[in-house]
Ligand binder design. Sequence first.
Ligand code: AMP
Ligand code: MG
Length: 404
Amino acid sequence: MKTKITLEEAHEILKSCFELNDTEMVSIFDAHQRVLAQDIFAPIDQPPFDRSPVDGYAIKASDSIGASAEHPLKLEIIEEVFAGQFPEKEVLEKKACRIMTGAPIPRGADCVIRQEEAAESVGFVEIQMQLVSGENYCYQGEDIKKGEHILKKEDVLNYAGIGILVCMGITEVLVYKIPKVAVLSTGDELTPVGQQLQPGKIYNSNLYMIGMRLKEFGMETIILGNVADDIEESCKRIKEGLAQADILITIGGASVGKKDLIKESMREVGADTLFWKVNMKPGTPVLVSKLDGKPIISLSGNPAAASISLEVMVREFLAYYAHRNDLIPQKTEAILDNSFNKESTRRRVLRGKLVKKGADDVVELVRKHSSGVLSSLYHCNCLVDVPAGTAALQKGQSVTIYKL
Ligand code: AMP
Ligand code: MG
């Protein structure tokens, strides 16, 4: 088993040991925000016919030559066509077809004059300007050409993607399955919210924090509840939990205390331990194991440690596992707006808030950084990645951040 590895090594191990390629066909109405597992090529042209983008008169441009306000030219109206209809007659010389937006342009016409720029008298239209061929003319396939590669494998289908599928007449698509992630907290001290707190007990906040964040990541989240610090009970709940899910996340008991029983439980259930401890602060005591081919990720019970590990370690893995490129944590540079007066002998991850100050994006570090502090996560929208061996941080200094 590897220990005290870097965050990047943790990513590598997780990505090389686990992958999910399960796909399913779903109705396009259930495909919103899902990840495409196929490339989509346009089966038809969009629009499927030449159409008018304006309300007006379809004519031959050559019939408008010489037309002006002083010398209007009169064309005979041969047909009227609305959106949803199909014109029957061909537009010949000196003829016009009354046409509405979205209606197919009749044979023979090569442009459309807007009704605002024409005057209709019974059976005739007066043209007072010259048009060129193709003016106010929307060609078949102008938006999407048949055979065009319109949507790509691994695209997350947004509203426009669903619109495109509908206009192509596609009713079902192949998508990657959403990973089921089960969350189990551990600890004798944890009390379900709604019950009276007894001395020495605390409420089980992490179970829901981690669960809700996984939901925000788009995972199918199963909140398993809490298990006491007891090996036998833990083993039972770990096995049951993993059976329902693709990934199990446990919270607490991953450190070195007498009642930190996760490591021992993993041995008991026969899981392979892939690594223990990542070199960063907070979030050092994470344990990653493999059972039945599935990952069990055991986080520290400290609220900030658990959340930070989830953001910087688990999220990157989930992005890969769920084929969600949009979920990959984005690293950028930003300027600090306050100082942090401790040196970082080990890699440190600080909570911050990215705010606009004039033209610049600056990071305000939160005031309380201890791993047991939950409150400073609320307004935190970025994490500052401080490399090992960094001196105290000064206001105005450039730092690397992960946007959350
Ligand atoms: P552990 O990782 O189990 O050693 O727990 C570290 C600290 O986090 C202890 O103070 C625990 O009481 C606290 N803790 C553990 N699990 C939770 C949880 N689910 N919700 C809130 N605090 C927790
Ligand atoms: Mg504990």
